[in-house]
Structure formats: structure tokens, C-alpha cells
Design a protein around this ligand. Structure first.
Ligand code: SAM
Length: 274
């Protein structure tokens, strides 16, 4: 299958962004009470199941973490960016370079558990839904699909942060992307007939007032905005130095405003009747 559909990922992948994605994995794990997943599959993972990660933890951090915790399970990751693919990886992992917008290249009923996290900046609303539909087909009976996304806006924002995130929201909507898709994930799972749907909201502080982890989370968001600076500058009609000044202003505001971001984790199960 060739890579024919254009890729939407709004952040240019470079070494800084690879480091940021890796760090975000550990930040998430902290805010999610030291867990890498939400579905009730601990025993299955320990026993040995087939797992697919879509948008494969960027540089593979989620998969590598999971594969060492659960050596009897097999982990497959799909990633579009060749620079993200490490050459050496654990024996129970398989990494594939592929644009999932061209279709996810597996047979129906192939996986016991499918995981997708932080792909809000990669798909339009319709594409996101299409990926969910295809994932459900790839699940084996009784398999779980788990999704995790954050709102692309913050709570308790200062004036500079409001200006940036309001513009980012408009920019996304202009591209048919939804900054609040996290609030619709459970709806999508129900639409594609998954059952036993469960949802959990995770509040991540971005403020050093909440200790070192708050500071790291705030800095990670700063680098997300930094990765978006060129398209933000174009959208906001700002020069390079003006957008950098604004993004620096966001980082300053994390010190005085107790901002936080709401993430939603949901899962659903494929129950096949009869
Ligand atoms: C925010 S990052 C990684 C998020 C990762 N799932 C995690 O939770 O750490 C999004 C990743 O998806 C990849 N990506 C974007 N569009 C894609 C596509 N159409 N097909 C496959 N991978 C894609 C990007 O290259 C990037 O590595």
C-alpha cells in the first residue's frame, strides 16, 4: 500500500519533538497513576495478546515500555515518519512505516487490544472517525479499543495563553480538525457498536506550583506550541520574533496561573453476539 493520502500532522518532526514526545509519555504515565493503559486487560497482557499502537508512540516509548512489562504479548506499531523508527527494538515488537490514512494494513480480527493516543493534531474529524471504524474491524471478538486525547485548550488560562489557544482552535477548525475531539471519543465508540464503554478524565497541571511534574508538563506544552509556531505565526499574522515572544509569554503564565489540561481516556469492547 503506498502513501498516497496527504499527512496532516501539524508539528514538524525533529529531534526536539522526538524528545518531547518521549518525555510526554512519562508525564502521562505519572498523571495516570503510573499506568500505561486504562482497559481491563492486565491478565490478558500477562498471558500474551496481540497489541496494535496507532501513531506508534512517536519514537516507540509506549510500545517499548509495554513490551518490557509484558514479554508474552506481541506489540505492533504504525508510524508514518521514518526518522521516528529505531533500528534496534525489543524481540516482541514490530514497527511498521505506513500512513494510516491509506488504510490500516491488517486483516479483520487481528488484534486483542488497539491503542491510540495523542493523534488530535494528525487527523481531521472525519479521518479520526474513519480510523476508529477501521480499528473496530481489526479487533478480535472481545477485544478492546482504547483512545486517549486531550482538549486543545487549557483551564485557568492567562490572557496570552487565551490568545494563543483561541487562535490554535480556529486554525484547527479551518482544517476540519476538532480541538475538543476528546469529548466525543465515547460517542464514536458507541457509534461503532463497542460495548462496556468506560471513560476517565485526567487533569494534568502545567504549573510549577504543582511541583516538578507541573513544571515539566508546562515545558512540554511550551514545546508543543514551539513546534506549531510557524503555522501559528502565519494564522495570527505575526513575525517569527512576535510568535516566539508570545509563546515565551505562555511559559511565563504557567508560573502564575494554575493552568491545567483535561485528557480523556476511553475504552470499549467488541462483543460479537451469537
Ligand atoms: C503526537 S505524536 C505521538 C503520539 C503517541 N501516540 C504517544 O502517545 O506518545 C503523533 C505521531 O503520529 C504520527 N503520525 C501522524 N500522522 C500519521 C499517519 N497518518 N499515519 C501514521 N502515523 C502518523 C506522527 O509522525 C507522530 O509520531
Amino acid at each position: 500500500m503506498g502513501n498516497t493520502t496527504s499527512v496532516n500532522y501539524l508539528i514538524k518532526v525533529d529531534e526536539l519533538q522526538i524528545d518531547r514526545i518521549q518525555q510526554l509519555h512519562h508525564i502521562f504515565k505519572y498523571w495516570c497513576n503510573d499506568t500505561n493503559y486504562f482497559s481491563p486487560i492486565s491478565k490478558d497482557l500477562a498471558h500474551g495478546i496481540e497489541v496494535l499502537d496507532i501513531g506508534r508512540s512517536g519514537p516507540g516509548t509506549w510500545i517499548f515500555d509495554m513490551s518490557s512489562d509484558y514479554p508474552k504479548s506481541k506489540f505492533t506499531g504504525i508510524e508514518i515518519e521514518p526518522s521516528m523508527l529505531p533500528t534496534i527494538h525489543p524481540f516482541n515488537t514490530r514497527l511498521i512505516y505506513h500512513n494510516v490514512l491509506d488504510g490500516i494494513p491488517f486483516y479483520p480480527n487481528s488484534f486483542d487490544y488497539i491503542h491510540m493516543r495523542c493523534m488530535i493534531l494528525c487527523f481531521t474529524d472525519l479521518q479520526y472517525e474513519q480510523i476508529i471504524k477501521e480499528s473496530v474491524e481489526l479487533l478480535k471478538p472481545n477485544g478492546y479499543l482504547e483512545l486517549c486525547e486531550g482538549e486543545l485548550s487549557l483551564h485557568n488560562m492567562g490572557p496570552i495563553s487565551k490568545r494563543i489557544f483561541n487562535s490554535l482552535g480556529k486554525l484547527l477548525r479551518n482544517r476540519s480538525m476538532n480541538p475538543f475531539i476528546s469529548n466525543r471519543l465515547h460517542e464514536f465508540l458507541a457509534k461503532y457498536e463497542l460495548r462496556q464503554i468506560k471513560k476517565e478524565e485526567v487533569m494534568m497541571s502545567l504549573s510549577p506550583v504543582n511541583g516538578k511534574i507541573g513544571k515539566l508538563t508546562g515545558q512540554n506544552f511550551y514545546y508543543i506550541l514551539y513546534g506549531l509556531k510557524d503555522i501559528l505565526a502565519k494564522h495570527m499574522k505575526l513575525s517569527n520574533s512576535e510568535i516566539i515572544q508570545l509563546i515565551d509569554g505562555f511559559l511565563e503564565e504557567t508560573k502564575t496561573y494554575q493552568m491545567y489540561c483535561k485528557y480523556t481516556r476511553v475504552y470499549g469492547r467488541k462483543i460479537v453476539e451469537g
